[in-house]
Ligand binder design. Structure first.
Ligand code: BYC
Length: 354
């Protein structure tokens, strides 16, 4: 709510600002109807939209394996995981809408290349071991990054994250279990796992964003308690969590500088290739063009579904308001009964598409 919206009798902006600051300082939540500074609102829309886009684009690299999964069990698991990601995207778009963003507009921005999504989803998935490593590393990194977001100062985002994190932890375990199974298999399977680990390790570290001294958004986001920890702190947590898991699995992480630092009580590790991160963020990764093109065609192919849903909602609304008038081409229930089911559904699709 802006000062103008508060009306002439409402509190003045400095007072609203003080109230907002005090709410943040008390670690209480900001809710959609509360006054908030424009910078806070815009930062949230930016981060939540990018997060939503990442979930939706993130369906693609693993989704490519649904038809090629090696067993019915693996197919069912993968199907469920990819579907969860669609759900995460939808919760997050809804959270962005509570801030005044328009979901259709956010999607347009994504497919026009004007809004970002996570760099990690611009890498290819040539083997089934990639599915396991995405679960282990990418969902593991997501957990490190997103558990603190459950305490984010903006209520709808924090609440969406609670459910998302529960599902991410299942995703991570399924990835690790898949890799455990492969590691108990043949030499070729073990090599496949190690190769996938080698390819995904550094891009996974890049998911946490640029280093703190080159992270322009961090200071404001942390002051507003949108982000609770810095990019480097979360990256370090991910490394500390993953190293013992790699040992247990029997793979090596491709970093010669990786070692336990007794004094710090944490692992030292090498520096990711930040030029690569910037290149991928700007659209120059191995699969950026393919991912966005796929999203664009799925969006265009789905136009008839959106039109049909909107037409249905309008009809329901008109019915509820008691002013329903049958349209010129509308069939009577009796006529509908005479039309074979298959034709009826084709008609519905065509009708919706025009
Ligand atoms: N990729 O100032 P900084 C998932 C951008 S979904 C692309 O540090 P901030 C999952 C950044 O946006 C994974 N862009 O920014 C899904 C900023 O650009 P703008 C997604 C990146 O926001 C399916 C600029 O670089 N997770 O886990 O303070 C299956 C400067 O960065 C990246 C989220 O979205 C990157 N890696 O911190 C499995 C979590 N890094 O906007 C798993 C929520 C940075 O100024 N988001 N950029 O033009 C966040 O926590 C924060 O937004 C970030 C970046 C830590 C990512």
């Amino acid at each position: 709510m802006t000062d103008a919206q508060a009306g002439p009798a409402g509190p003045a902006e400095p007072e609203l600002h003080r109230h907002f600051d005090a709410t943040i300082a008390r670690d209480q939540r900001i809710e959609p109807r509360d006054w908030m500074p424009d910078g806070y609102r815009n930062t949230l829309i930016r981060q939540i939209a990018q997060h939503a886009h990442s979930e939706i684009i993130g369906m693609q690299p693993e989704g490519e394996w649904i038809t090629r999964a090696p067993s019915l069990r693996r197919k069912a698991i993968l199907f469920a995981k990819v579907q969860d990601e669609a759900g995460h995207g939808l919760y997050l778009y809804s959270a962005a809408e509570t801030l005044g963003a328009d979901r259709a507009d956010l999607t347009e921005r994504l497919i026009a290349g004007r809004q970002k999504y996570s760099s990690i989803f611009n890498y290819p998935t040539p083997t089934f071991a990639d599915v396991g490593v995405i679960g282990w590393f990418v969902d593991g990194a997501a957990i490190c990054n997103q558990v603190p977001l459950c305490r984010s100062s903006y209520g709808p985002y924090a609440r969406a994250m609670v459910r998302i994190c529960k599902e991410e932890s299942f995703h991570q375990r399924q990835g690790y279990e898949l890799l455990m199974t492969m590691m108990r298999g043949t030499d070729a399977q073990r090599e496949m796992v190690q190769d996938a680990v080698n390819r995904w390790w550094w891009p996974s570290l890049m998911m946490f964003g640029p280093p703190d001294d080159n992270s322009p958004n961090s200071a404001a986001s942390m002051a507003w308690k949108i982000k609770r920890h810095s990019n480097d702190e979360l990256r370090q947590r991910f490394v500390d969590m993953t190293v013992p898991q790699a040992e247990k699995l029997g793979v090596t992480l491709p970093d010669p500088e990786l070692r336990w630092n007794e004094e710090r009580g944490r692992h030292d590790f090498g520096t990711p290739d930040w030029d690569e991160l910037m290149r991928v963020i700007k659209g120059g990764g191995p699969c950026n063009a393919q991912r966005v093109e796929r999203r664009r065609s799925a969006h265009e192919d789905g136009a008839w579904v959106r039109q049909a849903a909107a037409a249905h909602a309008a009809k329901q609304q008109a019915r509820a308001a008691g002013r329903q008038t049958p349209g010129p081409g509308r069939q009577t229930p009796a006529a509908e009964q005479q039309t074979p089911a298959a034709e009826r559904s084709t008609d519905a699709h065509e009708g919706a598409a025009v």
